[in-house]
Design a protein around this ligand. Structure first.
Ligand code: SF4
Ligand code: SF4
Length: 350
């Protein structure tokens, strides 16, 4: 057991964190087999060659290499080709240890169902609070493309299709939240991953390579289905693009269920109702994931709850609902590295 406790401690050292809880130790026992966990504790979040890991845990390089490959195939250890052979590193809890095994195996086996139960129990006990404490938040909302107003200046890092067009490699995989929580019938095959992470997931059969046209089609289809585009809360580099529902997504649920209104960075927009509103109720009853719209004779938007996703705009039959700029909007950190560094500083107080 002490190796699993040690692994939890190492994972908690990542800016994303992995707070201590019995449920998390049970999760680690499923993800890392008894003959693998000591090797996992010889890793950290920096990519390292097999020889270095083998020397640290006192086993042969051949043995360690074989076990690291098995862990990478299951999506619990990161692997990339290096100049002189394979390199390996631990994955953080998010995105990584939670997502990749569900992405790969789909949640239907008894082991996957047990994992889903444990992650849910862990989320309720400790993980939700730890995710919600992020400052800046880990994820931000991208407005629905079809809702973007033509008359205002659109920030380049808020146009999902333009960011996707700049990515080299693209992969599509299952939404792990929807697989694990399973509270709705929304499409599951909607999780977009880009570049380095995409190459790893494609190589290990965790997600599949897709074309730009397919990625853009996923954007359109998920907007029609009423899913919220969310991405890593940074500009500069697009890591992933999730298509989220408020019933399953572990980040949207922080706001909707757990009353952490600042756990998600909103887009720079909010919804506004115009005089054309007929009070038909479509926006309030079928579109707004945040319950931010109330209806009397006409619709009214609660600006504190609105995350600027634009989903209400795209189905308003009269064109009364539009997106307008928020009066004050903080620009996201310029890169994933800065987002991680700010949160590391928050956690360590340095
Ligand atoms: S969908 Fe449009 S017309 Fe219908 S209530 Fe909402 S804002 Fe008004
Ligand atoms: S009112 Fe609701 S659906 Fe409309 S932009 Fe705000 S959060 Fe999204």
């Amino acid at each position: 057991m002490h190796h699993y406790r040690e692994l939890q401690r190492i994972l908690d050292g990542h800016p994303v964190g992995a707070p201590e809880a019995e449920e998390f130790l049970e999760i680690l026992k499923i993800l890392f087999r008894p003959d693998e966990v000591a090797i996992a504790t010889a890793l950290d979040f920096k990519l390292r060659p097999v020889d270095e890991v083998a020397a640290k845990c006192g086993l042969s390089a051949a043995e360690v290499g074989r076990r690291l490959e098995a862990m990478a195939d299951r999506g619990v250890v990161l692997s990339k080709p290096g100049p002189a052979g394979r390199l390996y590193a631990l994955l953080p809890v998010f995105p990584g240890l939670f997502e990749y095994p569900f992405m790969k195996y789909g949640g239907d086996t008894p082991e996957q169902r047990r994992l889903a139960e444990l992650w849910q129990a862990y989320y309720m006990k400790a993980w939700a609070r730890s995710l919600a404490e992020a400052d800046p938040p880990w994820m931000r909302v991208l407005p629905a493309e079809q809702a973007l107003p033509e008359i205002t200046e659109v920030l380049p890092y808020e146009v999902a299709s333009e960011m996707i067009k700049k990515a080299g490699e693209m992969a599509l995989g299952r939404c792990s939240c929807r697989v694990a929580v399973g509270k709705c019938h929304n499409p599951v095959d909607v999780c977009l991953v880009f570049d380095g992470a995409a190459r790893f997931l494609i190589e290990r059969g965790i997600a599949r390579r897709i074309s730009l046209d397919k990625a853009l089609a996923v954007l359109r289809e998920t907007e029609e289905a009423g899913l919220v585009h969310c991405t890593s809360n940074n500009t500069g580099q697009l890591l992933f693009l999730c298509n989220c529902c408020p019933c399953c997504c572990h980040v949207l649920r922080l706001v909707v269920e757990h009353d952490y209104p600042r756990a998600l960075a909103r887009s720079s927009y909010l919804a506004r109702v115009g005089p054309e509103c007929t009070g038909c109720g479509t926006c309030a009853e079928t579109r707004c994931p945040m319950k931010a719209i109330t209806l009397q004779e006409t619709a009214a938007v609660n600006e504190d709850r609105c995350i600027g996703c634009g989903l209400c705009v795209t189905t308003c039959p009269t064109g009364a609902m539009t997106l307008v700029k928020r009066p004050a909007h903080a620009e996201p950190p310029p890169s994933p590295q800065v987002l991680y560094a700010l949160n590391a500083a928050r956690r360590t107080g340095k």
